[in-house]
Design a protein around this ligand. Structure first.
Ligand SMILES: [Zn+2]
Length: 401
């Protein structure tokens, strides 16, 4: 007998997750291994999150004590079980989809396998080349495969509302000046309203980041890259042996397809509103200001849904002893975001243009005062803001491109 009693059982939780439950109890006692094993098996009527809590340990302890065991310490561990090779896999509680690092199986935490598509990763040499293009030498580079949900979205619907729009009328108005009457052209802008109605129908492609926290340098650019590349250079399916090679680089998806669609809802709503505006603008003879929607019925269908993994290199590079960060994606090794070194010459150029902006602002102010131009007051803050921006960027260590 060892220093403790231990048991491990393979089971399925109440919410359908395939797990290994292991328990370690002290001190070791005759028959405790077997008792612990059956206690662990009976715990599978709990959900996955309950199993990760402390109450389960108390419950197991009571069960053992009711069978006459004296338990000083008890610990219970939950780990995932690969449905293909049976390996015990450690994943974060947030994970919903993962790649088995042992056999390359891919699927959700409930054991359903799921095929996903992958863009091939550019080699490390491409990252070295990117660092050179940015004027430096590669320092460090890590490859990640980042999960994205991609949906083809079909929207149909109809609306009614009130369009608010403006029309311009030109009038000739008499003005008395030096005892003479002059006719002056006056443009009047009138706001009008009109009842509008119409049908909307459009298709769009949307990508949603598959992680809960956007801990990615250039997350916004990455999303645009995915939505664009899906159309021009679509990804392909990768078979398990190849997946296995890169399994360590795959970030588990923490957002399910339904959650991803929920995250995209706002973007889709924005596009719906834009369609309504386009439709309403065709129904009025002036410039549309807004549409007050009175009735809207829409149907959002997603005929296509894919999980795709995007190869993403995060790297640092050195220029004159300073470190800068960058990121590049996809088979084409596109730099989506990078800090860029600013040379002293560039810094001086920025300072100079800052002074020019100040001088120009000054000249305009004088002009505005002398000739009583109404908009003169606008130039001063704009000019100063421009000068401030240029001058402050000259002092930044790097700029982001
Ligand atoms: Zn496996």
């Amino acid at each position: 007998m060892g220093e403790y009693s231990k048991a491990i059982v393979s089971t399925t939780t109440r919410d359908g997750r395939q797990v290994y439950l292991s328990g370690v109890a002290k001190p070791p006692q005759p028959g405790l291994d077997e008792a612990l094993s059956s206690v662990l098996a009976s715990l599978s009527n709990h959900s996955y999150s309950e199993l990760n809590g402390d109450r389960v340990v108390l419950e197991a302890r009571k069960m053992l004590e009711s069978q006459g065991f004296k338990v000083e310490s008890l610990e219970i561990y939950v780990s995932h079980r690969c449905p293909m090779c049976g390996a015990s896999i450690n994943i974060t509680p947030e994970t919903v989809i993962y790649v088995c690092p042992y056999c390359g199986w891919t699927g959700d935490v409930y054991g359903h396998s799921l095929a996903f598509k992958v863009w091939p990763a550019p080699p490390r040499e491409a990252v070295e080349e990117a660092a050179r293009r940015l004027g430096g030498v590669l320092d460090n580079a890590t490859l990640y495969y980042v999960p994205f949900w991609v949906f083809r979205v079909n929207v149909t619907g109809e609306y009614t509302g009130t369009a608010v729009y403006t029309v311009q009328r030109t009038e000739r108005v008499p003005v008395r000046r030096n005892r003479e009457t002059e006719w002056v052209t006056v443009v009047r802008t009138e706001t009008r309203t009109k009842k509008v109605a119409g049908k909307i129908r459009f298709e769009t492609l949307k990508g949603a980041f598959g992680r809960l926290y956007a801990e990615i340098f250039g997350a916004g650019e990455l999303k645009s890259w995915v939505e664009h590349s899906w159309q021009t250079n679509p990804p392909k399916e990768m078979d398990p042996p190849e997946l296995k090679k890169y399994a360590e680089n795959f970030l588990s998806a923490e957002v399910s397809d339904e959650e991803a669609l929920g995250l995209l809802r706002k973007e889709i709503d924005t596009e719906i509103y834009r369609e309504i505006e386009t439709s309403a603008a065709r129904q009025v003879e002036g410039a549309l200001t807004e549409v007050q929607i009175e009735y809207l019925s829409t149907q959002v269908n997603t005929p296509e849904k894919h999980l795709v993994y995007v190869p993403y290199w995060f790297f640092t590079y050195k220029v004159k002893g300073n470190l800068y960060a960058g990121s590049l994606v996809g088979p084409t090794a596109t730099i989506i975001r990078a800090e860029r070194y600013i040379s002293n010459a560039e810094r001086v150029a920025k300072m100079m243009s800052a002074w020019v902006a100040v001088l120009v602002t000054g000249a305009f102010t004088e002009f505005a005062l002398r000739y009583d131009v109404g908009w003169g007051f606008l130039v001063i803050p704009l000019g100063l803001l421009g000068a401030y921006k240029l001058a402050s960027s000259a002092f930044e260590a790097a700029e982001v491109v």
